[in-house]
Design a binder for this molecule. Structure first.
Ligand code: DX5
Ligand code: ZN
Length: 216
């Protein structure tokens, strides 16, 4: 399988949301990455359902929703109703992760689990066979445009081994600081999905920036 590029809407111009979504539609990107922050799990607030509804209305590609919120369980059905294809929760925010994953699947979505930079991938040992995606945070969640944490390469390699050993189908997604320098090394280490926010949306020609990442 070739890799997937998921532009992160967090870095888009929200005053021109429709045209930003259309840019992604027309680009070679395969997914939309959508960051939901509650100001509790992370020290920032992004946007909620009214904005997601507008994204859903215009997007023609799968919505990959990354929840940086406490108690995600209460909103699972609502994200399904808003067209979410992959719903990712943070391992640090879930006391009953196995149940949360079951509920996400029962709502008809794929289930992802995100790990903060300090969280050991070994914690996934007993859930890796049940999930569709692991999102490794390569920055501390909460903000776009931060510096990539170098230890991520090593984490990707260890996670890849765990996935193979456990015969899991989970994709490895990397979120934070993806650019022309980090992307090739991440793919080499075993990443399947690259999220890119500022690198795409703040570039002069976002569509060709996406093309550059897709063709790596
Ligand atoms: C950070 C978000 C990321 C963010 C990435 O908490 O989860 O998805 O948008 O932004 P860049 O690519 O600018 O690091
Ligand atoms: Zn994200």
């Amino acid at each position: 399988m070739s890799h997937i590029i998921a532009p992160s809407i967090l870095a888009a111009d929200f005053g021109n949301l429709q045209s930003e979504v259309e840019m992604v539609n027309e680009s070679q990107a395969q997914w939309f990455h959508i960051d939901i922050m509650d100001g509790v799990f992370v020290p920032n607030i992004s946007f909620g359902f009214p904005v997601l509804k507008q994204i859903q209305k215009h997007a023609t590609k799968p919505l990959d929703v990354h929840l940086m919120i406490v108690n995600p369980d209460q909103f699972i059905q609502k994200f399904a109703d808003h067209g979410t294809e992959i719903l990712t929760v943070h391992i640090e925010a879930c006391d009953h992760l196995h149940r949360t994953v079951q509920v996400i699947h029962a709502a008809g979505m794929k289930a992802g689990v995100a790990l903060n930079p300090h969280t050991n991938i070994n914690l996934l040992e007993d859930i890796i066979q049940d999930i569709d995606l692991v999102c490794l945070m390569s920055v501390n969640p909460g903000f776009g445009g931060q510096k990539f944490i170098e230890n991520t390469y090593n984490k990707v390699k260890r996670l890849k081994k765990l996935i193979i050993d456990k015969n899991s189908k989970a994709l490895i997604e990397i979120d934070g600081g993806v650019n022309a320098e980090t992307a090739p090394k991440l793919l080499e280490a075993g990443a399947d999905v690259l999220v890119a926010g500022s690198y795409v949306f703040k570039s002069e020609n976002p569509k060709s920036t996406v093309e550059g990442l897709v063709s790596l």
